[in-house]
Every structure is written in structure tokens, then in C-alpha cells.
Design a protein around this ligand. Structure first.
Ligand code: HDE
Length: 689
């Protein structure tokens, strides 16, 4: 017999390929060949099931235990493998293994996630995205467990359970799912002024990214790099997407969640599968004690950034994701990130949030994965040599085979086992710490509004209006008027125009008095253009998705011209038709569709085209999904190419087409020029609020 179900986890518990072939027989987990997998063993034709049916019992037993607890936060995520490639040696700064030589590659596993939703929630929640990177370095695993937003809601880890409870479903009713648009969240944050800066970020387009590929990542806390002399340099880590930044608009997010709840994971899967490997550059903001002492805010405060204009981001290498997982559960679900996983050359700072995280992540893995041996799982195991005296425990698969399980010992060298190494081993920066033992929030953490103001001021007008709309949407879902008022009262400390616009959007009868502030808001912080997505918009349409809605009888040459232009731009093209079987062009050529119209609304594309005959357009005009296709494309400021679609536009109420609409059959227009315009991604001139 061949390897059957290949049910032989090796010593490392590696995943295995499901065997297949004509002579592969189904077995139990004990290797006994199964004779009948359709019927339970029973007494009599219609009688009761028998307890001795070991195959049935094993099968059901295993099924009953398939689930493990989902992560308490960041439950919904998607992972991929890749590598980090270092640009130049950073030996003056750090001894950390990945940064030692130019061109050095380190294997990585990355998991992106939303925070609040359960495992089965939709991808386009308004939420922070996790950006967790595990680097399997030559000197141990280094986990940089970051987010796509560089600040956080709270300054002390002791508030994390409250913050997360408030954000997630309300406990009596178990909803709302994956959204902060409810009373508990806004009640908590409006009583927690330190969250204000983060609120501006999550009400901005940063919280509704177009996909994981188009967002930045941040380590959030200040860390340290340590060189061979023991000199330490402060560092903040950034991930910069090579694809550029891009977000959806909120109305699109709402619709995408219905049309394709897996929008982000599908995007990553498809991009990697098609060989369009997403890339980010690792950036470092490097600074010393002197800068830290003179900076306007405390570098240990995780509700603050250091503007890039003040400390530039040095790009030190690139992250490439080039392999999807073989098995979602084994890799994406079982991967265990721990902020405490650092390597020689990198060290923590006393950021109180980071200190608390260092406790939480190890603890939570035991709950989730059920055993202290979760490091034996292939996705979690280091890829460098490792040797410990740790043993036993549930599901131990890395087991000592000789007599010695302690040190010091005096056994001969063949069996004495590993020893510590003061030269090469990890050592902490010998920072001097002293002070009275107290529960205290540092005075240097007390300014809660100045950087929120700076963030708002650094946005384009379009982005500012999105932020205002975000606040209005979420607060309109709060039942309690006093909570809405309290948020507006806090926003008055950020920016009067913002507060007034939100107040107006909520229809409050009067502007509430500002909340008392521990520190007066600084109005002198300069704008930081790096904080805006639109000011740093992509220069290319590469990696984006273009949808063409077509009908029978259209000019095949128009489709070919668009296909050519989109492919030349390294974007993806999909054909949408009334039937998935496709259409027949004027020349009699059959073109298969990728999607049927009502399964492919324009919200899942970055730009669209409608190519129809008069008859086809009249048919489309009678279909609600077709009318939505164009009216949504219009409302979401998309570029639209068209030919012969007038009847559809009229039916959708689009009587005056603006410059974002390009008639491909008009003289002087070309598919190539149109696709070049799509590099702007949206025709914001149309934006009416
Ligand atoms: Fe997390 N966080 N976190 N967090 N976090 C978890 O660990 C926690 C925070 C982040 O894809 C948990 O394995 C505390 C900041 C990511 O597997 C848990 C505090 C940042 C992921 C936990 C924070 C993050 C997590 C839940 C406040 C950005 C997903 C499951 C002190 C820098 C990792 C798990 C993955 C996951 C605790 C705040 C990022 C419970 C106590 C700030 C990306 O341990």
C-alpha cells in the first residue's frame, strides 16, 4: 500500500501532502483500512448504532474537536510566506542577524488581520489592520507584531481588556459584529482622551484599505537597535508598500462586504498566485537619547508618532511575499506571534504598552494552541539550530533521547547538551532604572490632542471630509445622545471646524462645551504630508483590478485594446457579462466572462468600462445590478470607459457625464490613454461629500 492518508506527522509535526491515486485506501488514524465510509454500524436495517463502531467514533470525535479558540483580538487574518532582503550592512547600528550583510535574505511569515471582528467576519470592516511579521533569522525568531496605524488607543496595557470589550460585540446581545459603530465603544473612548489621536486615524481612510497590499505597516512602539559595542539607538519600524497606498471609500466598503466578504484575503491570494508578489520596504526612524529628550512628546508614549519630516525613514531592505500557505489552519491559524520574540541586536524600551504585550502574547498562545509546545509547530519553530532542556507537555514532538535534561551537569560532551554563551547570547541593554513603586501615568504622556490636530491638518480636503463622515456615521449608530455630545466635546480640543462639521452632521442642536483637557492643544505643530494617503498616492495602476461589462455584439477590438492596455500596466482585467458563459462579439468571436453581472458589482474593481450595443445597453438598463454598476462607479469617483452605453447611463440617472467618463468610440480617445489616467485611481473632482 502507498502512504494512504500519509498520516504520519514526523518528529517536527510537519504538515503532509494528502496522498491520492487509484491504489490509495482510506484508513482510520490507526492505519486500519476502512471498508465502508457511508454507513454506521447498526443492529438491524433500521436499528440503533453500535458503540463498537470505532471508525464512526474516531471520525466524529476528531470532527468535534476541529476548532481551537479564535484569537481574542485579530481573529480574522490571512497569512503568506516570503522573505526579507537587506540592502546594506547596518553593523554600526545593530548586530541583528537580518541586517548584517547586503543582500542577506531571511525567511518570513506575515499575517494580516482585522482587530475587532470574529474569525468569520467580513474583511472590509472599519478597523485597524494587524501587520505581524515573523522573521526566521539565523539567530532565532524575531516577531515584529505591528499594525497599519502607527499609534494606539491606550497608553497602558492594563486598559486593553476594557478597550477591546468596548469595541467588540456588546455582551448581552452579541452584536454588532466587527464594528465600532455602537454605544459601548464611543462611550469608552470618549471617557479616555488618550484615544483621540487614534480615533482620527480609524475614522480616516487608513481603516478601510483597498487591500493588505496597499497599506503601510508600523511597529508602533519605540524599540532599540544594539551594536557590537553595546551602543543602543532608538528605532521606530515602518513598512512602506511598493504598490503605493490606496483605500476604498466607506460606501464601497459597506457594499464590498456583501459582494465579497473575503475581498482582502482573495486579493492577496490572487496576487501571489499570479506572480505579482506584493512588496514593502522596511523603514527605520533612528534617533538617540538627545533627540528623545528634546522631542515634543515622550518617545515611550504609543499614542504619539514622530513625524517623518522630523526624523526621516531610512529604507533598509524589502519584504516580498511570494508564497501562499499550503494549509490555512496549520499556518495562518496556528502561527503564534509574540512581541517578546526578539533577537540579539534588538531590544525593548519601557513603553508601557509594549511591556504589557510581552506578557500577553505568550499567555494567549497557551490558551489558543493548548500546549507550551506550540513552538514545535513548523510555522512557529525557528529555522536556525536550537537546543533547550525544556521537555514534555501536551503534544511534545521534539523530545530528548538521552539521559541529560538539566545543566550544569558533568556528563561527557556527547550527551551533556547545550550551554549558555555569554558572548553570543542575548543580553539586555543595561539601562539604569529606579524610582518609587507606584501606579502612575507619566506627566509626559498628558497631551492627548496636539498630534490628533496635526494628523487632521495634514490631510487633503477629500480626506478631511471622509474623516468627518466617518465620525458622523459611527456616532449616528450610537443610541445615547450624551455619548455623541461627549465625542464632539472632545473634538473641539482637536479642531473647531472638525467638531462643528461632526456636530452638524449629527444634527445636534448646539455645539457642546469642550472637554477639559489635561494639556492645552498645541497649534504650532507643522503639517506632516507623509500622514496623508492622497498626497502620497500611487503613480501606477499596476496591481489594480479593471472590470469590463460587455454585451453581445460589441466591437471585439475595443475589448482587445483595453486588455492590452491593462496588461501593459500590469493590472488585472476581468470580463463581466449577463451570463458567465460570456458574449459573442460583432465579429462572431466568443469571449468567456470571468463573472456574472450580479456577482461582480463595480465596487470590487478599481476602474471599469461598459461596452455595449444599443440593444445590449437597453437590456442592461432594465437590470438593477447594471444600473448600480454604473451609478456606484460614478458615486465612488471611479474612472469609467464606455462605448454604446448611453441607455444604461440614462436609466441610472447619469445624464451629464464628467471628465472621469471616457467614450472610447469618440475620435481622439484611446484605451491606452484611458488606462494611463486610471493611475490617479479616482476622479476626486467629482467628490461631492
Ligand atoms: Fe495585540 N494582541 N495587544 N496589539 N496584536 C494580540 O495575541 C495585546 C497591540 C497585534 O496575526 C493577541 O496571538 C495587548 C498593539 C497584532 O496572530 C493578544 C495589547 C499592536 C496581533 C494581544 C495589544 C498590536 C495581535 C491576540 C495592549 C500594534 C495579531 C492573539 C497592550 C503594535 C497577531 C494573539 C496575529 C494579537 C494583546 C496592543 C498588534 C491577546 C495586551 C499596540 C498584529 O496577545
Amino acid at each position: 500500500m502507498t502512504d494512504g492518508n500519509a498520516g504520519r506527522p514526523g518528529n517536527g509535526g510537519e504538515t503532509h501532502q494528502q496522498a491520492s491515486g487509484d491504489d490509495v485506501r482510506l484508513t482510520t488514524q490507526q492505519g486500519v483500512v476502512v471498508g465502508d465510509d457511508q454507513n454506521t454500524l447498526r443492529a438491524g436495517e433500521r436499528g440503533p448504532a453500535l458503540l463498537e463502531d470505532f471508525h464512526f467514533r474516531e471520525k466524529i470525535f476528531h470532527f468535534d474537536h476541529e476548532r481551537i479558540p479564535e484569537r481574542v483580538v485579530h481573529a480574522r487574518g490571512f497569512g503568506a510566506h516570503g522573505y526579507f532582503e537587506n540592502y546594506e550592512p547596518l553593523r554600526d547600528l545593530t548586530v541583528a542577524d537580518p541586517f548584517r550583510e547586503a543582500g542577506r535574505r531571511t525567511e518570513v511569515f506575515v499575517r494580516f488581520s482585522t482587530v475587532a471582528g470574529n474569525k468569520g467576519s467580513f474583511d472590509l470592516a472599519r478597523d485597524v489592520r494587524g501587520f505581524a511579521v515573523k522573521m526566521y533569522t539565523g539567530e532565532g525568531n524575531w516577531d515584529l507584531v505591528g499594525n497599519n496605524i502607527p499609534v494606539f488607543f491606550i497608553q497602558d496595557a492594563i486598559k486593553f481588556p476594557d478597550m477591546v470589550h468596548a469595541a467588540k460585540q456588546e455582551p448581552d446581545r452579541g452584536f454588532p459584529q466587527a464594528q465600532t459603530a455602537h454605544d459601548n465603544f464611543w462611550d469608552f473612548v470618549s471617557l479616555t482622551p488618550e484615544s483621540t489621536h487614534m480615533l482620527l486615524w480609524i475614522m480616516s481612510d487608513r481603516a478601510i484599505p483597498r487591500s493588505f497590499r496597499f497599506m503601510e505597516g508600523f511597529g508602533v512602539h519605540t524599540f532599540r537597535l544594539v551594536n557590537a559595542e553595546g551602543r543602543s539607538t532608538f528605532v521606530k519600524f515602518h513598512w512602506k508598500p511598493k504598490q503605493g497606498m490606496q483605500s476604498v471609500v466607506w460606501n464601497e466598503a459597506l457594499k464590498i462586504n456583501g459582494a465579497d466578504p473575503d475581498f482582502h484575503r482573495r486579493d492577496l491570494w490572487d496576487a501571489i498566485g499570479s506572480g505579482d508578489f506584493p512588496e514593502w520596504e522596511l523603514g527605520m526612524q533612528l534617533f538617540d537619547e538627545e533627540f528623545a529628550d528634546n522631542f515634543e512628546f515622550d518617545i515611550l508614549d504609543p499614542t504619539k508618532i514622530i513625524p517623518e519630516e522630523q526624523v526621516p525613514v531610512r529604507r533598509v531592505g524589502k519584504l516580498v511575499l511570494d508564497r501562499v500557505v499550503d494549509n490555512f489552519f496549520a499556518e495562518t491559524e496556528q502561527v503564534a506571534f509574540c512581541t517578546q520574540n526578539i533577537i540579539p541586536g534588538i531590544d525593548f524600551t519601557d513603553d508601557p504598552l509594549l511591556q504589557g504585550r510581552n506578557f500577553s502574547y505568550l499567555d494567549t498562545q497557551l490558551k489558543r494552541l493548548g500546549s507550551p509546545n506550540f513552538t514545535h509547530l513548523p510555522v512557529n519553530a525557528p529555522k536556525c539550530p536550537f537546543a533547550t532542556f525544556q521537555q514534555d507537555g501536551h503534544m511534545a514532538t521534539v523530545n530528548p533521547t538521552n539521559r541529560v535534561n538539566y545543566e550544569p551537569n558533568s556528563w561527557p560532551s556527547e550527551i551533556k547538551g547545550p550551554r549558555e554563551d555569554p558572548e553570543r547570547g542575548f543580553t539586555s541593554v543595561p539601562e539604569t532604572v529606579s524610582g518609587p513603586k507606584r501606579r502612575l501615568r507619566a506627566e509626559s504622556f498628558a497631551d492627548h490632542y496636539s498630534q490628533a490636530r496635526q494628523f487632521f491638518a495634514s490631510q487633503t480636503e477629500v480626506e478631511q471630509r471622509h474623516i468627518i463622515a466617518g465620525f458622523v456615521f459611527e456616532l449616528s449608530k450610537c443610541e445615547r445622545v450624551d455619548i455623541r455630545r461627549r465625542v464632539v466635546a472632545a473634538l473641539r480640543n482637536v479642531d473647531e471646524d472638525l467638531a462643528t462639521a461632526v456636530c452638524d452632521g449629527l444634527g445636534l442642536p448646539d455645539l457642546p462645551e469642550p472637554l477639559p483637557a489635561a494639556r492645552e492643544t498645541r497649534t504650532d505643530l507643522p503639517e506632516s504630508p507623509a500622514l496623508s494617503i492622497l498626497r502620497n498616492g500611487p503613480e501606477t495602476f499596476a496591481g489594480r483590478k479593471f472590470g469590463i461589462l460587455v454585451t453581445d455584439g460589441v466591437d471585439g477590438k475595443l475589448i482587445s485594446a483595453l486588455r492590452e492596455a491593462v496588461t501593459a500596466e500590469k493590472a488585472i482585467l476581468e470580463i463581466i457579462a449577463m451570463k458567465v458563459g460570456g458574449i459573442v462579439t460583432a465579429d462572431g468571436e466568443r469571449i468567456e466572462a470571468d463573472e456574472k453581472l450580479d456577482g461582480a458589482p463595480s465596487v470590487v474593481y478599481d476602474a471599469v468600462a461598459v461596452l455595449a450595443t444599443d440593444e445590449g445597453a437597453a437590456q442592461l438598463a432594465s437590470l438593477p445590478p447594471a444600473r448600480d454598476f454604473v451609478s456606484d462607479a460614478y458615486a465612488h469617483c471611479k474612472f469609467v470607459a464606455h462605448s454604446g452605453a448611453a441607455a444604461l447611463f440614462t436609466a441610472a440617472g447619469l445624464t451629464e457625464l464628467d471628465a472621469g467618463f471616457v467614450d472610447l468610440s469618440a475620435p481622439g480617445t484611446s484605451a491606452a490613454d484611458f488606462v494611463t489616467r486610471c493611475r490617479e485611481v479616482r476622479y476626486w473632482t467629482r467628490f461631492a461629500g
